[in-house]
Design a protein. Structure first.
Length: 120
């Protein structure tokens, strides 16, 4: 049986594995070709830790960031669907349990809200 997501170290493992998959993905990998990975991963650790455990460690505005990115390099619904698919597959590969289900639900909610805000 797989463990559930229980701490920051689990978030780090999840985020690192997820972005390994994203970087090599033919549908969305190109959006990440110029990323400063040290900076981006640190932000993503804080983001997902806060999203799941309410740590208060993330203070950014992901919607604003993605809206700005969309103006430069248009995103589509298919891009968001692929992102979510890779995220869910990564969670399921590594973890199982209540927190694992919760983080997948949060990812779906975040993706849905971003699409509504970006595409409307």
């Amino acid at each position: 049986m797989k463990p559930d997501i229980a701490c920051r170290e689990d978030i780090v493992l999840l985020v690192n594995r997820f972005y390994q998959r994203v970087k090599g993905d033919q549908e969305i990998g190109q959006f990440f070709s110029h990323v400063n990975w040290d900076k981006h991963l640190a932000v993503m650790y804080d983001f997902w830790e806060n999203a799941l455990f309410y740590t208060g460690g993330y203070l950014g505005n992901p919607l604003k960031t993605h809206q700005s990115f969309h103006r430069k390099s248009p995103l589509t619904t298919a891009h968001f669907q692929r992102w979510l698919q890779l995220f869910v597959e990564t969670v399921d590969e590594l973890f199982s349990g209540n927190n694992s289900e919760q983080i997948k639900q949060r990812a779906l909610s975040i993706s849905t809200v971003m699409q509504i805000k970006i595409f409307s």
